[in-house]
Design a protein around this ligand. Structure first.
Ligand SMILES: Cc1cc2nc3c(=O)[nH]c(=O)nc-3n(C[C@H](O)[C@H](O)[C@H](O)COP(=O)(O)OP(=O)(O)OC[C@H]3O[C@@H](n4cnc5c(N)ncnc54)[C@H](O)[C@@H]3O)c2cc1C
Length: 514
């Protein structure tokens, strides 16, 4: 997340330093599924094409997976549709590639930005702040060399064991499932051949009654050779005291040869920070929220964190944002991740656990088959209702009583607090291609007086505002609003069908000066 934030800030011309102890991205595939929203970020960072070119799967290879009962040889399996079913609500389609590939693309982009200083091979040791600024002591390659960096703000994008979070004393809540998980990377052409009984897919997830709702899953790193695998293992497992090849074959339900490249462990735990900011120090990504890789929420939520925070820090430094604007980072992002953790990740584990406890083909085949069908059919509605939004944000004109939430719906209506849906303009270009780097007012069939009211107010408040004018016709009518104010992070903060009484009051509120 640190590199992504550096790109976001660097593109806004903000002077910043990235401190990262690794000289190269760690070659563990980790976060693979990028949502449409995440790929939109890459588009605005100017590297969406480079991202897609860095894919290891062939173009068009399906990104979704198979779900099987007990093992991959079982007669009960299904291939649920995944995020691609909401592609049309976003400007970019979703993508799948190892996290290190995406990070390499971002590192190259970051190197082009003159206001970003990259300190690879440096470790952040201590963070001290007062009302005037923050000082970070960094050590080179763990050796004796030390430097102190001074800044207006620090953002800890330093992962689940975040030094920054610990030093500023932010506690975490959440659920510990007390399960040790293995992550194995291996190569096997035979596994690829033997999975040909399924339609081509990227992941293969097994749910087993012995494991409650905890997943075992294989994922492709490429097609034909490289794989990763996750599974619960006994608490005292080490690299040397366990038969990992035996476990892989048990989960597959057949024997196959393989060569291991890496075996590591992680704890199945959900942890959400109590707050994301103390004074001038923020946390983002896994530093703010850690969780199992169930549903591809980690990387994508982290990218949304830094996109949410980046423009706010830039606005404050450039003099048109307020401290209240910075506080909305926690107010907007934390409820979304808390609900993601509780209602999508934890609830998913519980749902599978209940299903596996209640239904069994040995006990009642007909009942199991009908429940298995329901299990399969429940996947798509969950994708459709996962729609993070900021309806309750103090800098958004959301509905009365609105709350910021991970739950929502997908629609082409322009709703304050929600992601801007794409539409074509009469020029044939997508509205996303016309958005400015800061605020944009989409004005359809608007009169000059209304436009002038906004441009005058923006000038007076020093808020950068781009106006995009067009006719209120064709697909744009689906917005059900002829005036739409879009934030720098492509969320709508205000929309209306007629001119407002006070354009300045609207702009003041959306930059935290209301
Ligand atoms: C196996 C696996 C599969 C996953 N699959 C998905 C998926 O499909 N989709 C998804 O969205 N998410 C997935 N995730 C989660 C995703 O990988 C994480 O959410 C993501 O890596 C978080 O990024 P981050 O930058 O916040 O933290 P990290 O990736 O942990 O990065 C933190 C960085 O900070 C550096 N660092 C730490 N401390 C210091 C210090 N003191 N000084 C300097 N540098 C420091 C580290 O070297 C590291 O590079 C998966 C995770 C795992 C483990």
């Amino acid at each position: 997340m640190g590199v992504a934030l550096a790109v976001e800030l660097g593109q806004r011309g903000i002077a910043c330093a990235l401190v990262e102890r690794r000289r190269e991205p760690q070659r563990i595939p980790k976060g693979q599924n990028l949502t449409q929203r995440s790929v939109e970020h890459f588009y605005f960072w100017g590297v969406a094409e480079e991202l897609r070119a860095a894919r290891l799967l062939p173009p068009e290879f399906p990104m979704s997976g198979i779900v099987a009962y007990c093992d991959l040889n079982n007669e009960y399996w299904y291939a649920p549709p995944l995020r691609e079913i909401v592609n049309s609500y976003y400007f970019q389609n979703n993508e799948r590639l190892p996290q290190y590939q995406g990070e390499s693309v971002l590192r190259k982009r970051m190197a082009q930005l003159p206001s970003v200083e990259a300190r690879f091979g440096w470790i952040a040791e201590t963070i001290e702040q007062d009302v005037n600024g923050v000082r970070v002591t960094i050590a080179k390659d763990g050796g004796a060399e030390r430097e102190v960096l001074e800044a207006d703000y620090v953002v800890g994008c330093d992962g689940g064991h975040s030094t920054v979070r610990q030093q500023i004393g932010i506690e975490r809540g959440g659920a510990d499932f007390n399960e040790l998980m293995v992550l194995a990377l291996f190569r096997s052409r035979e596994l690829h051949e033997k999975l040909k009984r399924f339609p081509p897919r990227s992941t293969y997830r097994v749910i087993h009654p012995d494991l409650g709702g905890y997943w075992q899953f294989f994922g492709r790193v490429d097609v034909g050779e490289s794989w990763f695998f996750h599974s619960p293992v006994p608490a005292n497992t080490t690299r040397d005291n366990y038969d990992f090849h035996g476990l892989l074959q048990k989960v597959a339900g057949f024997s196959f040869a393989c060569d291991f490249d890496y075996v590591g462990f992680w704890d199945l735990r959900i942890a959400v920070a109590e707050k994301y900011q103390v004074g001038r120090v923020f946390i983002a990504g896994d530093a703010a929220h850690s969780h199992p890789p169930y549903g591809a929420y980690g990387l994508n939520n982290g990218l949304d964190d830094v996109v949410n925070l980046g423009w706010k820090i830039a606005a404050k430094i450039n003099g048109w944002g307020s401290d209240a604007l910075l506080q909305t980072y926690t107010e907007e992002r934390r409820p979304i991740f808390k609900e993601t953790a509780e209602d999508f990740i934890e609830a998913g584990i519980q749902r599978d656990k209940e299903f596996l406890g209640r239904y069994s083909p040995e006990r009642d085949r007909a009942e199991f088959e009908s429940a298995w069908k329901e299990h399969a059919n429940a996947a798509a509605p969950r994708v459709l209702t996962y729609e993070p939004n900021y309806e309750g944000s103090p800098i958004v004109f959301g509905p009365a009583g609105g709350v910021s939430s991970a739950h929502g719906s997908h629609t082409f209506m322009a709703r304050a607090g929600h992601h801007l849906p794409p539409q074509l303009l009469s020029s044939g270009r997508n509205v996303f291609e016309e958005l400015g780097p800061d605020f944009t007012l989409l004005a359809f069939d608007a009169d000059d007086r209304t436009i002038l009211a906004f441009t005058d107010a923006a000038k007076a408040l020093n808020v950068p505002l781009k106006i995009v004018r067009d006719s209120y016709s064709d697909g744009r009518r689906a917005y059900e609003a002829s005036l739409i104010l879009v934030r720098p992070d492509r969320y709508i903060c205000w929309s209306a069908v007629s001119a407002p009484a006070d354009a300045a009051a609207i702009l003041r509120k959306v930059v935290g000066r209301g």
